[in-house]
Structures are given as structure tokens and as C-alpha cells.
Design a protein around this ligand. Structure first.
Ligand SMILES: *Cc1c(COP(=O)(O)O)cnc(C)c1O
Length: 727
């Protein structure tokens, strides 16, 4: 309904610039154009508030980090682009009309920031300034609950609206007082009206968020309908009285307008269908209608030049209104046509790029599955435990950059990697959250830590001293060894850990331990893990006794998150399960939670050939056809990470939804499969190595089992030669 109403609002804006009922009755024009019509712009502001600011304003606390402005920034850039395009479009008209003659720097700033460079374009700077103001208020109120925050922003912006109101249709109230009028003189020297981004836009942006989150059902809908109508009639009365009293300096703002809009918006925010084209068309009706007024007048002039008297069309404002509306809709539809053409061309290009990327062997990464797994893991863990996904080893073969970028979009703000260079790669690709290096970084690479703000794991006490000797402040997490005996200071060495805290050049951001058997739910396994956990907490309490508080604690990896979620603490360093895959069959069978595989692996058929009975294929005569056999050659080999253990019938792939057994020895770059039972296999066909085809499925776990290893190894060994595409 919001999408549909945008067209109504756009047509109301056109009315404001034509006054269609002027000749019929001044009162009708007042009621329709200058009072009802004033709901249009607030409506557009509310839609912007609802769609653009809603998530940001209603998000609770810590999971929403430095990327919270991403969507808003994108929208501001879009507004700025449309504004600049429109300003350029109307520049010749404005020059012709003499709008800019004699304008100084101050006038230009006033025009660009408040008034708009052409009469209807003030909306764009108002929207931009309003959004920035509301965001600023939100940051000020950041620490309190969402409810209080919204109330605070609403209070401030309502106050601004009241100031604006007194400079607009209620101006008669204050114009008599020289002191207050003096204040408004200052305001009007900066902005010609108070209906701008400071006084008018904020209240409607925030009301859009508030009204948009009201859920109306049954009787409440009727109540809101009655209240909307009531508020509207009072606003009509207000408008009439103010106009008859000649109070209005301008009439964009009424006292009742926010109330009308609140109820109307809540009523309109129903229905499930989207009409995206209407959003586009309404915007362009808004932008283009002044141009269409000029076009219609020009056509009429032209017609009369050729002896056709069409003058009534411009002399009768109602006729002019109809024509301008029709022309504006057509012009906007043209813009839509142009946009769609552009889109189509882009899609064709993307299609070609995809073809190139899938020409040999490739990995498909499902961001949807990744998001599902993020949600599943978040549900599993305590509320205040954040994810610190392990994106080491190219995100277990999935492609670290695109995975981390998606996670960042999902408000993940901490990552762990194995090496400094892995961290650098993420930083260079726009990852802004904390990045912890879990492995050893040698002194030669310490400069990366400071240059790219990477956090380093303390792998033992001597290493801490070495880090401390580097000239520069380094952020670290202390690794505490509780039984893995790989990296970390022994959890019994409380003095050693304390010393790290006192090192001048180290900032200790956290302390963690790694559980070596959290996937082993046998009695023995559980005992070992509980012992590790107890050792970790013993160390923490010893440190507390000495007055040391550690900012962040973390113990859990994937199976810790599943089996020991109550020890979530600040972070869970989840890896394999985030990618939707179990390490081995036993884990899969024991785990009660289901995850969605993120990765599929595919290759092409390059050649199909017939073997006569007795003919061999591949290296070493390991495979010889017993009967006449049809085989296909695939464009993937062990150099791509396909385990060679799958050779000679141990593994299979899917072609056209059917299984084709791997025959002979897997080669470095190619693999042979038996396709005797599959019809119409041709060069160029897709072979699925991991993933689904028709009703058949091969999982990473199947491959790991056949290769006698764990999925972690299979996935992380997928090589650079594979292209990675995001689906
Ligand atoms: C790799 C790694 C993880 C992630 O482990 P998964 O089992 O894949 O979740 C967590 N912590 C440390 C220290 C790691 O090395």
C-alpha cells in the first residue's frame, strides 16, 4: 500500500504547483491543494525513514558495529546523485527564469542546502539534512534502550517541528513580536522557509520508523481509520482558520499534520506485495512534472501557431493539471524504460562474466546458507556471545573476502585468521572489525600488526616479550593452554600471564583457550573438556584476585558452541559449522542441530568417448573396460584439491542428476568418469562434485569419508585454480 500511495502523493505534489481548482472555487483549492496536498511530502519522508533508517534506529546494542551506516550512506549517495541530476536538468530553466542572477556564495549555499536549486528540488537537501540530523541524534542516544531512544529523537524533532510551524502556517502568531520575529529573520536569511531538513524532515523520518512498526489488526485498524479521519478534519479546519486569519507565511506545516501522517502511515503499511516500479515512477513524476508544465505550455503555443486554438488547455487549470499529470506519468515511464534497458545490458554482462567464471572448475558459495548458519549459531549461543568466525585458510576454501564481507553485512564484527597476510587481505577488502591472528607471526611480519590493526595471539611468554620489544603498540589476545598443548601460556603459569598484562607495548584485548576434544561426547572426552574449562576459569579468577580484568574471554569453536554453549562468554570462534558442514560422520550423527552447506563444487565435461571392452583409460592401466563403456573427461583434478583417494571407483560425481563413478586414477588436472548409464552427456555439461543435481546429492562429508579424512581438510585444500562465485 505504501508503494501504491506514492503515486497518489506524487500527483498531489503536482497539484500544489498548478492549483487545479483555482477557477472553480478558492475554498476547494484550499481544502484540496493546500491542505490535503500537504500530506505528500511528509509521506515521502516517512517512507524514507521506514525503509532506510528503520533497521539502524531499532537495532539493539553490540551486534551492530561500525558498518551500521552502510545502508544509510548508500541511500544518501543515491539522493545526492538524483539531486545533482535534477539540478543540472533544471539549470537552463532556472537561468532563463533569472533565478540565479546576482547570486553570491551565500545564496548558492542556501539554495543547495535548503531551498533547492529549483522550486520543487528543496525536498532532496531536506531529506539528506534530515537523515544526517536523525542519525546524529541516534548516536547521542545510543546508550539507552530502543524505546527511549526513539522517544528522545521524537521529542527533539517535534520541538524542531514546532519552531518550524511558527515560521510557516502559524507565522501570524509570532510575526507581531519583534523579538521572536527577529529570530525568524535570522532563520529566513539562511533558508527561505522553515520547511527544510532541520525543522520539518526529522519528525517525519522518525515517525515513519515508529508508525511503520505498528502492527494493526481487526478493531485496531478501524480505530486508526477513525483517528486518521478525525485528525484530517481537524487539520482541514486548522488550515481554513489559519488562511482566513492570514497567519500563513507558507503552508507546508500544520499542527495536526504529524498526527494525520502517523495514523495514515500505520494504515498504509499493510499488504505483502511490492510494486518497485511504482517507487521509481513516483520519484520521477516528482522530479519531472515542472518540466512537463513547460512542455505542455510549449505544445499549446505550437498548436496555436498552426491555427489550432488549444489555449483552454492551459487557461483552465484543471485541464492543465490533467495534462501535466498524464505527461509526467509518461515521462516517468520513459525513465523506467531507460533504466530497464540499462539493467538488461548489465545483466547480459554479468551473464557473460558468469560464463567465463564457470568455464572450467568452480566453487559456488551460497550466502543464503551462510546467513542461515549464522542465525542458527547465534540462537545456540547465549545472547551476549558474539560470533568471531574463523575465516582462515581462505574461509575453509570458500573465499575469505566474500564470506567476511557477507558476515560483516550480518553485523559480525570480529574475525579470526591463521596468518598476518590473511588479516591483511581482509583489511584491504573493507573488513573493519577486530581481526585476531590465531597462529604464530614472526618478527619479520610484526609491522603488519600495527599497519593493519591486527590482533596477535600470545603463543608463549618469550613470544610476548619479543612482541613487546617491537617499537609500536600491539593489540593481543593471550592464548591460555589448558590441555591442547599447542600454542599459549600454560594456564597454571599465573605469574607469566600477569607479566604479559604489565608489558608496556602490549594492549591485552582478550584471553582464550582452545578445547581439544569438544566434539568428543564420550565420558572420557567430556571429562577432558570439563577439565580444560575448569583450568581456564581458575586462571581467570586468579587474575581477578590480582585485580586484573580481561576485556574479552573466549573458549568455544564450532563443537564447543554446539556441546558447551553455556561457556559462550564474549566470542565463539566458529569455523566448520558456519560453513554448514560437520567434521566427520560421528559428529554429524550426534549433533541435534542442522546446518546448511554453503559450498558446492562443480566442473565441466570436456570430452565424451566410447571405450571398447578391454581398452584401458588413465595412468597405469588401473582401469580397463570390461564391456563397451562410455566415459567422460572432467576439467578438475587433484591439483584443484579433489582428493586422489577418490580414484578407482571410490568416489563419484553427479551429471544430469545421476551418479557417474570415478574411474582410473585422478590426474593432476583431469578426472575420468563412467557415464555409460547416463543419456546425452556432452562436452560442456556440468558435473557436480559436491552439491545437488536433480534429486541426488554428494556432501563434503561423503568425500571426506571416502578420502579417509575430515571435511575441514577437504574444504581448505580447494585450490586457487578454482574460481569462486557467490550465489
Ligand atoms: C580453527 C580454529 C577454530 C575454528 O574451529 P572449528 O572447529 O572449525 O569451528 C577455533 N579456534 C582456533 C584456535 C582455531 O585454530
Amino acid at each position: 500500500m505504501l508503494d501504491l500511495f506514492r503515486i497518489v502523493a506524487a500527483v498531489l505534489v503536482v497539484a500544489i504547483h498548478i492549483a487545479p481548482f483555482e477557477l472553480i472555487s478558492g475554498n476547494v483549492d484550499l481544502a484540496f491543494t493546500y491542505i490535503l496536498g500537504r500530506i505528500a511530502v511528509p509521506f515521502f519522508l516517512m517512507v524514507t525513514g521506514y525503509f532506510v533508517l528503520g533497521e539502524y534506529l531499532t537495532e539493539e546494542g553490540s551486534r551492530f558495529g561500525s558498518n551500521r551506516f552502510e545502508k544509510i550512506k548508500r541511500h544518501l549517495m543515491k539522493l545526492l546523485k538524483i539531486y545533482m541530476f535534477s539540478a543540472a536538468l533544471y539549470l537552463p530553466v532556472g537561468i532563463y527564469a533569472g533565478n540565479y542572477s546576482g547570486a553570491g556564495i551565500g545564496d548558492i549555499i542556501r539554495m543547495l542546502l535548503f531551498d533547492g536549486t529549483f522550486y520543487h528540488l528543496w525536498y532532496f537537501p531536506a531529506c539528506i539534512v534530515g537523515i544526517i540530523l536523525v542519525c546524529g541524534l541516534n548516536e547521542v542516544f545510543r546508550k539507552v534502550t530502543v524505546q527511549k531512544k526513539l522517544a528522545g529523537i521524537l521529542a527533539v524533532s517535534s520541538f524542531l517541528y514546532l519552531i518550524g510551524l511558527l515560521g510557516d502556517s502559524w507565522y501570524g502568531m509570532v510575526s507581531g513580536s519583534s523579538f521572536i520575529a527577529g529570530f525568524y529573520d535570522v532563520v529566513f536569511s539562511v533558508s527561505s522557509y522553515t520547511r527544510n531538513g532541520i525543522f520539518m524532515a526529522p519528525v517525519f523520518l522518525i515517525l515513519g520508523v515508529i508508525a511503520g512498526n505498528v502492527r494493526l489488526a481487526g478493531r485496531k485498524k478501524i480505530q486508526y481509520g477513525i483517528l486518521a479521519a478525525l485528525a484530517f478534519f481537524i487539520m482541514e479546519a486548522e488550515g481554513f482558520v489559519l488562511h482566513k486569519l492570514a497567519f500563513c507565511r507558507h503552508d507546508s506545516m500544520y499542527l495536526l499534520l504529524p498526527a494525520v501522517m502517523y495514523f495514515l502511515f500505520a494504515l498504509l503499511r499493510t499488504g505483502k506485495k511490492e510494486y518497485r516500479e511504482l517507487r521509481f515512477i513516483s520519484t520521477w513524476i516528482y522530479i519531472l512534472h515542472p518540466a512537463m508544465i513547460i512542455v505542455v505550455r510549449f505544445i499549446v503555443k505550437l498548436l496555436s501557431r498552426f491555427g489550432t486554438d488549444a489555449g483552454f488547455m492551459v487557461e483552465n487549470p484543471l485541464a492543465l493539471y490533467g495534462l501535466v499529470c498524464a505527461f509526467s506519468v509518461l515521462a516517468a515511464a520513459d525513465m523506467l524504460f531507460i533504466r530497464d534497458m540499462k539493467k538488461k545490458r548489465q545483466e547480459e554482462k554479468a551473464q557473460e562474466a558468469l560464463k567465463a567464471a564457470t568455464s572450467r572448475a568452480w566453487i559456488e558459495v551460497s550466502l543464503e546458507a551462510l546467513e542461515k548458519n549464522v542465525n542458527t549459531l547465534r540462537e545456540l549461543l547465549p545472547d551476549d556471545t558474539d560470533l568471531m568466525p574463523a575465516v582462515k585458510a581462505n574461509a575453509y576454501g570458500h573465499g575469505a573476502v566474500s564470506v567476511a564481507q557477507k558476515l560483516q553485512e550480518l553485523h559480525v564484527n570480529a574475525f579470526c585468521v591463521a596468518t598476518a597476510l590473511e588479516g591483511v587481505e581482509l583489511r584491504k577488502n573493507g573488513i573493519t572489525g577486530e581481526i585476531l591472528i590465531l597462529g604464530y607471526t614472526s618478527a619479520a611480519d610484526f609491522h603488519f600488526l600495527t599497519e593493519f590493526s591486527l590482533s596477535q595471539t600470545i603463543v608463549d611468554k618469550e613470544y610476548a616479550e619479543e612482541l613487546n620489544d617491537y617499537n609500536g603498540i600491539i593489540h593481543v589476545h593471550i592464548g591460555a593452554d589448558t590441555g591442547m598443548h599447542r600454542l599459549g601460556i600454560s594456564s597454571e603459569n599465573v605469574d607469566g600471564v600477569c607479566e604479559v598484562f604489565s608489558m608496556k607495548n602490549l594492549v591485552v584485548d582478550g584471553m582464550f583457550t582452545h578445547l581439544s576434544a569438544s566434539d568428543d561426547m564420550s565420558e572420557e572426552g567430556k571429562r577432558y573438556t570439563e577439565e580444560q574449562i575448569a583450568k581456564f576459569y581458575r586462571l581467570v579468577s586468579c587474575l581477578k584476585e590480582r585485580g586484573i580484568n580481561i576485556p574479552k574471554l573466549h573458549l568455544l569453536a564450532s563443537y564447543g558452541a554446539v556441546n558447551y554453549s553455556r561457556y559462550g562468554e564474549d566470542y565463539a570462534r566458529v569455523g566448520i559449522l558456519l560453513y554448514g558442514v560437520h567434521s566427520n560422520r560421528a559428529c554429524a550423527d550426534e549433533c541435534g542441530v542442522s546446518f546448511s552447506p554453503v559450498l558446492s563444487l562443480k566442473a565441466r565435461v570436456s570430452v565424451v568417448r566410447e571405450l571398447k571392452a578391454g581398452e584401458c583409460a588413465g595412468y597405469g592401466m588401473d582401469y580397463c573396460a570390461r564391456t563397451d563403456t562410455k566415459i567422460a573427461v572432467l576439467t578438475i583434478g587433484y591439483a584443484d584439491g579433489l582428493p586422489r583417494e577418490l580414484s578407482e571407483g571410490k568416489g563419484s560425481v553427479l551429471i544430469h542428476g545421476a551418479r557417474a563413478e570415478i574411474i582410473g586414477r585422478i590426474c593432476m588436472d583431469q578426472t575420468l568418469v563412467d557415464v555409460s548409464g547416463i543419456k546425452d552427456v556432452r562436452a560442456g555439461d556440468v558435473a557436480v562434485i559436491i552439491g545437488t543435481s536433480g534429486t541426488e546429492q554428494i556432501s563434503a562429508l561423503d568425500i571426506a569419508e571416502e578420502a579417509d579424512t575430515i571435511t575441514n581438510e577437504v574444504l581448505s585444500r580447494f585450490g586457487n585454480r578454482l574460481t569462486r562465485i557467490v550465489v
